[in-house]
Design a protein around this ligand. Sequence first.
Ligand code: URA
Length: 204
Amino acid sequence: MNKAINLYLTILRDKKTKCLQFRHAATIVADLLAHQTLLQLNTKTVTIDTPLAKTSGIQRINDIVLIPILRSGITMLPAFLCYFPDAPIGVVGLKREEKTAEAHLYYHNFPPLTPEHQIIILDPMLATGGTAVETIALLKKYGIQENKIIFVSIVSAPEGINKIRTAFPTVTIITAAEDERLNAKKFIVPGLGDFGDRYFGTEE
Ligand code: URA
């Protein structure tokens, strides 16, 4: 893990961190992950004209679509929109059932999608992988190619990573931290607690 991510992840993990600092640290980690995501994208060499001369550079090949998973995924949007300001945004709403921890799709709204699109799914906590796998399966029904999907999370459990890798081996996973395990309530350990509650200020 790089030092910049580690510094801000430590703030996120600390239970003493209040909502304002949590939001700030989450935005910085999301920014660092957006930078890592950028490095994964397919590019081509192009020739362009500066005001003075011709020179070569690179351009992205595929148009990007950002897909935050509600609700915590939307917290990563501002950072990703800095890097991909023209990207259409699709939204997926999946609710985790308390008892079974199974994910149920209750809402989705996608922009027009083509197989050429590069999809970036945003969800800060990759726990069981249930919501991730449901989202990827849904995107495949829309004709998206598995190898054009990047899943970005801040903290991941090995269970979630394995679930994606088993179901969709060519999906790229970018995460700031791979933690030890899930506990009986399917929370990531050591983790950072409930990301949504801490970011949105809805903690009891
Ligand atoms: N979602 C969270 O917010 N935290 C976890 O540990 C797991 C899922």
